[in-house]
Ligand binder design. Structure first.
Ligand code: HEM
Length: 220
């Protein structure tokens, strides 16, 4: 695929992944203006759920790059993985931010100390936070500079995406009050995306020098 085409596909993909955010922003604007109730009776809860779901959907989409490469033989799909991963992280940051906002609005004298207590107290929040910390690590080490600097350990570090996705699915399944269908279906998607990788995990990796390692890891 020509570099120009890759850039166009990236721009279209990024727009598609951010459209839900635009819709949420519009619904927030309408709710604040009192001119619409797109966020329903409990806007904060709706925003928490929606941003959490979008973070998880984008995480699974970024995990679909390697299976797509394995199944199609088209390595170009890897060129979109980092961007999709960073969009997932951005939605997770929003999700965490709305959670903090929610707690600070609902609890008198709410402090960050309370966040810590809440994270420790409620297991599904603990698990969500673990997933978040892993996504944070992946995001801050996703630059070309970090890939070159970390060399072989970059690939090891970025395997954290697997437990992060698993924890996010468990977080979702643990907290839903009604209907496990959605978290379990997302869990099934995750298992399929991981299962497609197993043969390549079992195949011994070809010996490569440091430069070749950095080159093979650079998503772009
Ligand atoms: C920073 C740590 C996190 C905190 C404090 C947190 C907190 C929450 C809270 C309070 C809810 C709503 C619970 C309820 O309705 O009672 C929720 C739902 C959810 N969170 Fe998180 N979360 C975190 C990280 C994550 C991450 C990293 C992901 C995905 C990558 C995620 C995905 C979800 C999903 C999918 C839902 C359920 C949405 C629904 O019910 O439709 N969360 N989270």
């Amino acid at each position: 695929m020509r570099p120009q085409t890759v850039s166009i596909v990236k721009a279209v993909l990024l727009t598609a992944l951010l459209l839900p955010l635009l819709q949420l922003a519009w619904q927030v604007f309408q709710t604040v203006q009192g001119s619409g109730d797109g966020l329903g009776a409990n806007p904060i809860e709706r925003l928490t759920h929606r941003t959490g779901e979008l973070a998880l959907y984008c995480l699974l989409l970024s995990l679909a790059a390697t299976p797509l490469r394995i199944l199609t033989g088209r390595a170009v799909v890897m060129r979109f993985r980092r961007m999709v991963g960073l969009v997932s992280f951005s939605y997770a940051v929003l999700h965490f931010g709305i959670y903090i906002l929610d707690r600070s609005l609902t609890e008198e004298g709410f402090t960050l100390r309370e966040v810590g207590k809440d994270i420790a107290k409620r297991p599904y929040i603990t698990i969500g936070t673990l997933a978040f910390v892993m996504l944070l690590l992946l995001a801050v080490t996703s630059t070309n500079g970090m890939i070159r600097r970390l060399g072989r350990s970059w690939q090891t570090l970025h395997r954290l995406v697997y437990p992060a996705a698993l924890l996010a699915v468990i977080h979702f399944a643990w907290l839903v009050k009604a209907g496990l269908v959605k978290p379990l279906s997302l869990g099934a998607v995750l298992l399929v995306l991981l299962a497609i990788r197993v043969p390549s995990w079992l195949r011994p990796a070809p010996k490569k020098g440091k430069a070749a390692v950095a080159k093979s890891q650079a998503p772009e």
